[in-house]
Design a protein around this ligand. Sequence first.
Ligand SMILES: NC(=O)c1ccc[n+]([C@@H]2O[C@H](COP(=O)([O-])OP(=O)(O)OC[C@H]3O[C@@H](n4cnc5c(N)ncnc54)[C@H](OP(=O)(O)O)[C@@H]3O)[C@@H](O)[C@H]2O)c1
Length: 183
Amino acid sequence: MLRFNLIVAVCENSGIGLKGDLPWRIRSELKYFSNTTKRRLDSSKRNVVIMGRKTYFGVPPSKRPLPDRVNVILSSTLKSNELPNEVLIYSSLEGAMQELEKQKDQIENVWIVGGSSVYAESMASPRCHRLYLTKIYAEFECDTFFPKIPESFREVSPDKDTPPGIQEENGLKYEYKVFEKQE
Ligand SMILES: NC(=O)c1ccc[n+]([C@@H]2O[C@H](COP(=O)([O-])OP(=O)(O)OC[C@H]3O[C@@H](n4cnc5c(N)ncnc54)[C@H](OP(=O)(O)O)[C@@H]3O)[C@@H](O)[C@H]2O)c1
């Protein structure tokens, strides 16, 4: 079965978004997102990012589709002529995964990158392996929130590529955490 990981940054009041954008600016955290979702061992394969329509359009136009990754958007309203040719649209998460599964020899990692309902559905799925969660140690005004993490997830040691301990940028403290779904 083709599995996926989730990646998210969450503040202390469980927020992830405000007015279609991120509530904070942490350049090194954006770099971590980019590096983590691009990282693969076999350069002949590709990584996939799956996101809801609002998350895709929250990315600045000059930075989307996210480069070096297959971009998959979940939407029941978008038409393919509203997006660049290389972007794939599916009307359900499981539908997208079943299509990707047909080409799984060419795929190394699938990343779920938001938003709220996509994270909730993904964490409940048997396809879910790990949750890469950046905990931001501050409160922000938010209108979009991360769902409760199911009890089946346990915190595990981060990979060697993850900077350990509390990080800080412009006085804002945050920490990279990894959770794994227990089978
Ligand atoms: N902090 C973080 O790490 C992080 C990560 C991601 C996003 N964000 C923030 O979160 C906000 C966007 O998230 P959001 O929760 O509001 O919206 P979203 O999940 O990105 O987009 C919602 C839309 O996606 C489509 N969709 C979602 N699940 C679907 C499914 N299972 N099947 C088919 N279509 C589906 C629907 O589009 P249609 O209406 O077209 O059917 C739905 O209206 C932004 O502020 C963004 O910056 C933050």
